[in-house]
Each structure stands twice: as structure tokens, then as C-alpha cells.
Design a protein around this ligand. Structure first.
Ligand SMILES: Nc1ncnc2c1ncn2[C@@H]1O[C@H](COP(=O)(O)OP(=O)(O)OP(=O)(O)O)[C@@H](O)[C@H]1O
Ligand SMILES: [Mg+2]
Length: 319
């Protein structure tokens, strides 16, 4: 078996001196594949992505575990060496591009800056690359828009600028954190098609965080389901969507409005809510909401059980 491109091993993230937000997470992305990460709001999807990028918010820290990219332990690199990898080998696309684009720089300057930082090329060459990337992401009238400021573009155009900046140095992996939730449905489809093309044409691997099982089905090779900071199921998309093992995954699937018309709908119709990190139940975190709960579910977290075909689940029903 070849080594995965990205590997998270027993990663635990939490508040300094406080509750854990992501607990003992094992996750990997193979070269050129799309891994979807799904789960309700607050399950730790964004924290996981930020930990890979080395961009955890103030107050949140990695308590244990590691992140490895292509054999390099990112979690033991200096800030300077991590900066050299971020943007060049891994890039991230954020949910709301307005918060991650600088409002006082033109979009062309922002894409060119990524190139200059990593490749030390001239201003002129970096600008030419920015224009090439803007064309590649099919930003209409790129030659004119290169000198636009973010507020002069629509949401979908800004998201394309973010993708152009992410692609500028030809990364091996793009982490896309709900890249389309802020966009309307037709633009969503275009942005997803663009990400899919990149994977096909350039072999870029994608870790795609989404609420949308329609997107998972259309785009992903494998899927990991998180609940309250813990991975509860993982497998190839057809394994998990056709034969979900964990009651939580089954409920997510049932909450899908319609298998064919599910795209764009958010998964919110499950009764109850995700426990807060500082009030985590001692056993399975899903036990309080689980329709198939057993007395022993409350005792200790269930063990992870995987099949030889790579379909795994953490639930006493499969113990
Ligand atoms: N800046 C922060 N400081 C401390 N805790 C935070 C911070 N941001 C988020 N959290 C907490 O971390 C946990 C995981 O949040 P995270 O943002 O990773 O969830 P998510 O799965 O991305 O949810 P969503 O689908 O809403 O984006 C939540 O309990 C959240 O309240
Ligand atoms: Mg998030």
C-alpha cells in the first residue's frame, strides 16, 4: 500500500486548559482522491482543517497526535517551514471568501502575492500567473477583473479568486471548507464542477468539508463522518451511502430530503443537538440521541472496527 498524501494520527485539539474539540482523530487523504468530511455544525470539521494548515484560532491548541504530509510531520515544523508548505503544497479554500481576502488589495495582487512568496519570481511574472489562474477558474473578463478589489466582485467570483489563489502554486492538496454554502445553487454547481476538473486535470487531492450528501455522492471517493469531534464512520462513498453502519450516519441519510433532490439542502432535521465540548457524555457521544442506544453505550466510547475493504465504524452494534 502506498503512503497516503495526508495523514492525521490520533489528533486531539482543544481549548488550552479546557475541553477537547476534536478527539483522537485518524484520517487520511490519498494522492489525487477526494475525501469528504461530513457532520453537523460544531462537530470539529473546520478545526480539523485549520489544524492541518497550522492555523488554529487563538486559545485552541493541538493537545496530542500528528499531521503528516507526504512523510513530513507538519506538526513538528517551525512556523517558517510550515509557511513554506502552506500555499505551495497544501492550500485552503474558506467558506466565506470575504473574510479571507484582503479588502484593500486587488484580487490580482493577492493571487500574485502567493506566487511571489513561494517562488520568488518577479512582479511581472507573478501577475502573469495570476491572470492565467483567473482564466483557469473561468473568471469572466479576467484581464479587467485582475485590478478589481474584492468588494467589486460577486460572491461566486470571489470564491473563484480564492480557488485561483489556492491553485497558483500547483498544490498537491486543497482543503475546501464548505466552499459553496455562501453561494446560490447554480454558482455552487459551477464551483464544484471547477474543483472536480482540477482533480481530473491536475491530480490535485481534495479534502472537501460539506453538509451536503448530494455533493459527497457526486464528488467524493471516500467519506468520513464526524460527530462531536470524533470520527464515527468512514469508507468509500458507495459503502457508506449504500450501507451506512452507524445509527448517526443512517439518520443523516434519512434527514436528506430526497436522494435525488438532496443537493443544496442542509442536514438539520435530527432531533436533539450535538453535546457541547465541555459536557461530553462519558460513553458514546451520540448515545443521548441514538434510537438504538444500549445500556453499555453510556459506559465508555465504542471501539473503532474496520473491514478489510476499508469501511469502519465506532458503534457497539458492530463491536
Ligand atoms: N475560535 C474558537 N475558539 C474556541 N472554540 C471554538 C472556536 N471556533 C469553534 N469552536 C468550537 O469548536 C468546536 C468545533 O467547531 P468547528 O468550527 O470545527 O465545527 P464545524 O464542524 O466546522 O461546524 P460548522 O458546520 O458549523 O462549520 C465547536 O464546539 C465550536 O463551538
Ligand atoms: Mg465549519
Amino acid at each position: 500500500m502506498t503512503e497516503p498524501l495526508l495523514a492525521l494520527s490520533s489528533l486531539t485539539l482543544g481549548l488550552r486548559m479546557g475541553a477537547d474539540l476534536v478527539r483522537g482523530l485518524d484520517l487520511h487523504v490519498n494522492r489525487g482522491e477526494v475525501l469528504a468530511v461530513v457532520g453537523e455544525s460544531g462537530c470539529g470539521k473546520s478545526m480539523t482543517a485549520l489544524a492541518v494548515m497550522g492555523l488554529l484560532p487563538d486559545g485552541v491548541t493541538r493537545k496530542s497526535g500528528s499531521v503528516t504530509l507526504d512523510g513530513i510531520a507538519l506538526t513538528s515544523l517551525s512556523a517558517r517551514r510550515l509557511r513554506a508548505i502552506r500555499g505551495k503544497r497544501i492550500a485552503m479554500i474558506f467558506q466565506e471568501p470575504m473574510t479571507s481576502l484582503n479588502p484593500v488589495l486587488t484580487v490580482g495582487e493577492q493571487i500574485a502575492e502567493v506566487v511571489r512568496q513561494h517562488e520568488g519570481v518577479s512582479h511581472r511574472a507573478a501577475r502573469a500567473r495570476a491572470l492565467e489562474m483567473m482564466n483557469r477558474v473561468k473568471l469572466p473578463d479576467a484581464a479587467r477583473r485582475i485590478d478589481a478589489f474584492p468588494h467589486q466582485l460577486s460572491g461566486g467570483q470571489r470564491q473563484r479568486v480564492m480557488i485561483a489563489a489556492a491553485l497558483a502554486c500547483g498544490p498537491d492538496l486543497i482543503i475546501a471548507d464548505e466552499p459553496t454554502t455562501a453561494l446560490d445553487v447554480t454558482i455552487q454547481a459551477e464551483v464544484l464542477r471547477l474543483l472536480d476538473e482540477l482533480r481530473r486535470d491536475h491530480g490535485t487531492a481534495l479534502m472537501l468539508i460539506t453538509h451536503d450528501l448530494g455533493v459527497v455522492e457526486a464528488m467524493a471517493d471516500r467519506v468520513a463522518v464526524l460527530y462531536a469531534g470524533v470520527k464515527i464512520e468512514e469508507g468509500r462513498v458507495e459503502q457508506v451511502l449504500d450501507g451506512p453502519r452507524h445509527p448517526y450516519t443512517r439518520m443523516l441519510m434519512a434527514a436528506r430530503p430526497d436522494a435525488d433532490a438532496g443537493r443544496g439542502k442542509r442536514l438539520v432535521e435530527i432531533a436533539g443537538s450535538v453535546p457541547s465540548p465541555d459536557a461530553m457524555p462519558p460513553g458514546c457521544a451520540f448515545a443521548p440521541r441514538c434510537p438504538q442506544v444500549k445500556p453499555r453505550c453510556h459506559d465508555r466510547p465504542p471501539a473503532w472496527r474496520g473491514t478489510a475493504e476499508g469501511h469502519g465504524c465506532a458503534c457497539v452494534l458492530h463491536d
